[in-house]
Design a protein around this ligand. Structure first.
Ligand code: XMP
Length: 178
């Protein structure tokens, strides 16, 4: 698998330092109030699990999932596959956690859906942010790293379902892209 990686963009140690920094900010922000982390599957599962284990205050965990039709390089039509139940959301403070903020359509749509389901507040936290790709007016409240317009894999991010288990973020070799 490592042979398919052209270069490491964010090594494991830097990732964990970034996650630690976000966890401290989140802890201070929510200290003294109940909140729910909504992890967007599948990509954010590794980021969310590292993040919540560094937040030493009470929280609940729920999941959402969405996928986009069409080419990876465009904002294709979005379909929501999973949302937390009304009971998990109603009146709650929500922290929506995703792997990467790209065009913005996934997080914007999920945030709108959670608010429509009665969430009291929805803030967003992303592992990676690619601001150069934004197609909608949408910014995350928190982000660990900004990346250029490159297709990246690892630490939860996949290409054709693979590479999520790499402990670092890397750029794929052209030869690995079919
Ligand atoms: P949007 O465009 O809705 O995109 O903000 C969010 C989703 O797009 C996928 N995505 C990537 N996946 N490497 C990946 O493995 C990338 O560089 C990349 N850029 C976007 C991802 O599924 C994300 O949740």
């Amino acid at each position: 698998m490592n042979h398919d990686i052209e270069r490491v963009l964010i090594p494991e140690g830097e990732i964990l330092a970034g996650v630690e920094r976000l966890a401290r900010e989140i802890t201070e922000f929510y200290r003294g109030s109940e909140f729910t982390v909504v992890s967007v599957l599948k990509g954010s599962c590794i980021f969310a699990s590292d993040l919540i284990r560094r937040i030493p205050i009470p929280l609940e965990l729920a999941f959402a999932a969405a996928h986009s039709y069409g080419a990876r390089t465009e904002a294709g039509e979005l379909s929501i596959d999973l949302l937390p139940t009304g009971n998990e959301v109603r009146g709650r403070r929500i922290l929506l956690v995703d792997d990467i903020l790209d065009t913005g359509q996934t997080l914007k749509r999920l945030k709108d859906e959670l608010l429509a389901s009665g969430a009291g507040e929805v803030r967003t936290c992303v592992f990676l942010d690619k601001p150069s790709r934004r197609a909608l007016e949408f910014e995350a409240d928190l982000r660990a790293f900004e990346v250029d317009n490159l297709f990246v894999v690892g630490y939860g991010l996949d290409y054709a379902g693979r590479y999520r288990n790499l402990p670092y973020v890397g750029v794929l070799r052209d030869a690995a892209i079919s």
